[in-house]
Each structure stands twice: as structure tokens, then as C-alpha cells.
Design a protein around this ligand. Structure first.
Ligand SMILES: [Zn+2]
Length: 270
């Protein structure tokens, strides 16, 4: 079996494609101002000009901004939007932006990615090759708009009247949420996540909207770790798009664990 695969590889190496453009379908789609959803995207391969975008210090400080700049350069068509504006790219759903980024990487440099992981059981560091084309992707059926993410908090948010609120509704994050949360994210990943989730928070129990706005990130900061994990889990399980959570087995101690795909060599393959 292994021999057959190797032989096939030597004839047709699994490298980047030679075409300059590729068509992909977004897992969710971009709703324009008239409510029409655009899902067909044409991507062109990254060039030397895009390398300059990656090296720009302003982009390096802000991941959301970097993705916007890169996709604005490499997306040559989004549905039938004409012209395609930077703000269209910026306000796409993060799951669609991540999907495009992974397709762009696989298309330009090939689907193989060297990834490194730390075992939480024994601390062993190991590397493995990931296949970007094999990552599971959840695609919304045509005509379906993304559902809100509902989280039933276990401990809940205790407001100043002593009421505990547990029913949380969030919308999917967009590129502009990522850009806005980037300064906090740079200082502290946990505070950055609070800023991001606060922007996506639609409702919590029966807290009136103005209280929700006024409390903002304080709500997220006050939640227990148990509840914060429930929110993470809900986002990972319910959200459409590419599943970036890897199921891993430590080669040293056999411990089974979950970790986010290591993207260290994502845009700078060795
Ligand atoms: Zn281990």
C-alpha cells in the first residue's frame, strides 16, 4: 500500500498546482447590503507583491488586517460583486476568511504543512505533516443563513440584582471584529478573546440590550472557566467552515488530546 502511494507520488508529485487561478465555494457566503449571498470565489496564486504585504509591519501587528490585505489582493472575484471593495473582504465571516486563507496557501505552496505540537500529558514536542486538503469542512446548504450560536452556560453571569443569566446567543465573528480586537489580542490573548466575543454577543438571558452594551467585555471576563470552555466548544462544534481542531496522539506517552492546527509555517513554508 505504502509502496503504491510512493510510486504514484514520484510520477505526479503532490505539489502546488500550476494553474494561476482556482474557483472555490465559501462555507457560509458573503451577504451584500441587499441581502444577496455571494459564495463563488476566484483566487489567484500569491506573488512577490503579496510577500511584501506579509512583511509590512502594520500588517504583522494585526492579524485581521493582514488577512484582509492578502485576500483583497488575491481574491479576483467574489460572487458578482463589481467592484470588489476592501470593506467587502473585511466584513466577510471569519470562517470564510480562514477557509480562503487555507485554500490560498494550499494552492500556492501545496497542501502539506509541517506542524509542531506539545503533549499536555508529558510535555513531549513532536512534529507531524498535516494535509490542508483533508481538513474537515462544514458547508452551509444553499439558501441557509448561518445560525446563531446558542450556549447554555452552566454557572452563568451574575448581574448586580443577583439574577443569574445562562442563555447566551452569539453571532459568527467577522473580519472587522478580528481587526478591532487585535490591539487587546496583542497584549493578552484572553483579553483579546473577550473583546472579540463581546462584539459577537447578541443576548444574554433577559439582560436589556443597553445593559449588554454597557457591560461589554466585563461579562466575558466575569464568566467562570467552565462557561468559557462551553463557549469555545460551541463555536468549534456548531460553526460552519474548516475544522482547525486536531485530534492528536502523543507518540511518547500515547496521551490523546485536542489542539488547534499549528500555523507557524503556514505562509512561510520551509
Ligand atoms: Zn505525551
Amino acid at each position: 500500500m505504502t509502496i503504491a502511494t510512493d510510486a504514484a507520488r514520484s510520477i505526479a508529485p503532490a505539489g502546488p498546482s500550476t494553474a494561476r487561478e482556482v474557483e472555490v465555494t465559501l462555507p457560509v457566503g458573503y451577504p451584500d447590503s441587499e441581502g444577496r449571498v455571494h459564495r463563488q470565489v476566484t483566487l489567484r496564486k500569491m506573488t512577490g507583491r503579496d510577500e511584501a504585504l506579509l512583511a509590512d509591519p502594520a500588517n504583522q501587528r494585526n492579524g485581521g488586517r493582514l488577512v484582509t490585505a492578502l485576500l483583497h489582493s488575491c481574491v479576483t472575484r467574489l460572487g458578482d460583486l463589481d467592484p470588489l471593495r476592501r470593506t467587502d473582504i473585511e466584513t466577510m465571516y471569519s470562517v470564510d476568511r480562514n477557509f480562503l486563507l487555507i485554500r490560498l496557501r494550499a494552492f500556492t505552496f501545496g497542501a502539506e504543512l509541517r506542524a509542531g505540537y506539545h503533549c499536555p500529558g508529558c510535555g513531549h514536542h513532536f512534529e507531524q505533516t498535516e494535509d490542508l486538503d483533508a481538513l474537515p469542512t462544514r458547508v452551509l446548504p444553499d439558501g441557509e443563513s448561518p445560525e446563531e450560536i446558542i450556549v447554555d452556560l452552566r454557572d452563568g453571569y451574575l448581574d448586580r440584582d443577583g439574577t443569574v443569566h445562562t442563555a447566551m446567543r452569539l453571532r459568527l465573528a467577522r473580519g472587522d471584529d478580528e481587526s478591532a480586537a487585535a490591539p487587546q489580542m496583542r497584549k493578552n490573548a484572553s483579553l483579546g478573546k473577550n473583546a472579540l466575543l463581546a462584539r459577537c454577543l447578541r443576548s444574554l438571558g433577559d439582560l436589556p440590550p443597553h445593559r449588554l452594551d454597557a457591560l461589554g467585555t466585563k461579562i466575558l471576563a466575569d464568566l467562570t472557566m467552565t462557561d468559557r470552555r462551553l463557549i469555545d466548544r460551541a463555536f468549534n462544534d456548531a460553526a460552519p467552515g474548516i475544522d482547525l481542531i486536531r485530534e492528536l496522539d502523543c507518540p511518547s506517552c500515547d496521551h490523546h488530546f485536542r489542539a488547534s492546527l499549528d500555523m507557524t509555517h503556514f505562509l512561510a513554508p520551509e
